[in-house]
Design a protein around this ligand. Structure first.
Ligand code: F6P
Length: 545
């Protein structure tokens, strides 16, 4: 049965009418009318408690949003994804990151082959290697054990590994040093390796395609550094491994494919942290914690697959995001982890959300006549409070915020953690309820300052609360966001698994590289601005120091 375009779906039309009635209602009134709202409007799964009561919606809004999810075919699409159908239409691929975390005894046939044995064979391959590195059994070319691991990759081949390493540092082997190089700016590589002993250093070249110019440029320079330090190309085999889907390109680069870890084209870059792309994570954590991370992902996958929509964490989060984006008109979403170890989570989620749902055509290629993915950004609390939260509280744009907190610190120290956590609750409260002019006046504020101190409130938040950050919890949290992004993408009717928008910039940059050569200086045929910028760059480059 075909699904009508979004604006013609009956639930969407009902939501439009409903929005006229409730869209401008204040959270103060919604809470005053229903004192149990805060207790009712929550859902909990896999150790994650989501309080969504401080969103600008009513029970009726939720009912209609879930109706929209049904009418948009979220369940069908989810089942198609999990069955390995080619739901990445523009690239004609299955989308099966869920297979990466399925247990060994599961079965999943994709294009006529059960992929689960391959997934577990690769996990065992990673496990053997990680154990050899961690124990010091794997020796460098001159016999020293590896103590430094440098992951070289970009986008999904970097953000997942670095986020997971930072997030789970508490659980990592402390006598190993991890560095992550992504930017083609040489300073990234130079700063990452200049204090390392090459004899003790392993480079993991992570690239799904093994054609990404940033990664290959960094990998070539890393190889040159290692060969220079150790004095022979023979050292490469003990100090370089690759993670990729592209065996030929890995071999052409000079890495023995015996030192290669594989994954499959049905794993998107931004969904790959639990594939072999997570090799650095497994070396840092060890196979047991890595298995717990995967178990956390899988548990949330199962929740997404089985829970009824009204208790389904990713569906609820996804549909509330649709409400905020399409009906309240919020163009940006903030994510603020009140957990220092999650400091790279916002960057990770930026790729996950924006590369997935930053699309302007539907799967059928029609231009959308509604908004799709919002801007996504964030910083750990409480730092953000002392910089940009001012705009969240009193700016002219409404920015919904996800506040992520934990009941226990991994580093309990005096009263730090309660001070930190008090801010999670206080910020959600302040954003929702603000401060009226009567309240400000009652505090004895001089009349001319009152307007400045009034806070309108009515700013939506999701509060996500868990006991403590563990590998399992991190897996569930990431899977929650993955499936929330999926849910939004299905409603918007877009392909959340391609990323054609990044291609043009790559092509143009490739054309410009030779034009920056000051010895050659070819004629320029760009627009007048680009030509002028390139000429000015050449002039600056030619200047004597
Ligand atoms: O340019 C975007 C992108 O294709 C991402 O989707 C991907 O995660 C990243 O580049 C890196 O790609 P690769 O792993 O193939 O080097």
């Amino acid at each position: 049965m075909s699904i009508p375009p979004l604006r013609q779906r009956s639930a969407w039309k009902s939501l439009e009418t409903h929005h006229v009635e409730v869209g401008s209602r204040h959270l103060r009134d919604l809470f005053a009318e229903d004192p149990t709202r805060g207790e009712r409007m929550h859902v909990e799964a896999e150790g994650i408690y989501l309080d969504y009561s401080k969103n600008r919606l009513t029970d009726e809004t939720l009912r209609l949003l879930l109706e929209l999810a049904e009418e948009s075919g979220v369940a069908r699409r989810r089942d198609q994804m999990m069955a390995g159908e080619h739901i990445n239409v523009s690239e004609d691929r299955a989308v099966l990151h869920v297979a990466l975390r399925m247990p060994k005894d599961a079965q999943l046939i994709v294009d006529g082959r059960d992929v689960i044995p391959e997934v577990h064979a690769e996990l065992e391959h990673m496990s053997r290697f990680a154990t050899q590195i961690r124990s010091g059994e794997w020796k460098g070319y001159r016999g020293k054990p590896i103590r430094n691991v440098v992951n070289v990759g970009i986008g999904g081949s970097d953000l997942g590994p670095v986020m997971a390493y930072e997030a789970l540092r508490h659980y990592c082997q402390r006598d190993l040093t991890f560095r992550f190089v992504s930017n083609v700016d040489a300073s990234d590589l130079v700063e990452a390796i200049s204090d390392l002993d090459a004899d003790e250093t392993l480079f993991i070249i992570s690239s799904k395609t093994f054609t990404t110019i940033e990664t290959l440029t960094n990998a070539r320079s890393a190889r040159a550094w290692l060969v220079e330090q150790i004095g022979t190309e023979e050292a490469i085999a003990r100090h370089f491994v690759a993670v990729s889907t592209n065996h030929e390109a890995v071999a052409a680069f000079g890495i023995d494919t015996a030192n290669m870890f594989s994954f499959w084209d049905w794993v998107g870059g931004r969904y790959s942290m639990d594939s072999a792309i997570g090799l650095s994570t497994m070396i840092a954590l060890g196979p047991t914690y890595f298995a717990e991370l995967l178990a956390g992902f899988h548990a949330m996958d199962e929740h997404f697959r089985l829970a009824p929509f009204e208790r389904n964490l990713p569906v609820l989060m996804g549909m509330i995001a649709v409400w905020n984006r399409n009906f309240l008109g919020c163009a940006s979403v903030g994510v603020m982890p009140y957990e220092q170890y999650l400091k790279r989570l916002p960057a990770y989620l930026q790729q996950l959300t924006m590369e997935s749902n930053g699309k302007h055509v539907t799967i059928d290629g029609d231009h959308v006549d509604y908004q799709t993915g919002p801007l996504y950004w964030g910083e750990p609390g409480t730092n953000g409070q002392h910089s940009f939260y001012q705009l969240l509280h009193q700016g002219t744009s409404v920015v919904p915020v996800d506040l992520i907190g934990f009941a226990k610190s991994l580093n309990p120290l005096t009263d730090h953690h309660d001070i930190l956590s008090s801010n999670v609750f206080a910020q959600a409260e302040a954003l929702a309820f603000g401060k009226t002019d009567d309240q400000v006046r009652a505090e004895g504020t001089p009349e001319h300052v009152i307007a400045h101190r009034v806070m309108e409130g009515n700013r939506p938040t999701n509060v996500l609360l868990a006991e403590v950050l563990t590998p399992r919890l991190l897996g569930s949290l990431i899977a929650l966001y993955e499936h929330s992004v999926f849910t939004q993408g299905v409603v918007w009717g877009i392909d959340s698994f391609d990323q054609w928008g990044v291609e043009l910039g790559k092509v143009l940059a490739t054309r410009i590289i030779p034009e920056l050569d000051t010895n050659f200086e070819p004629e320029l045929t760009h627009d007048s601005s680009t030509n002028a910028l390139i000429r000015h760059y050449r002039t600056l480059k030619r200047k004597e120091d």
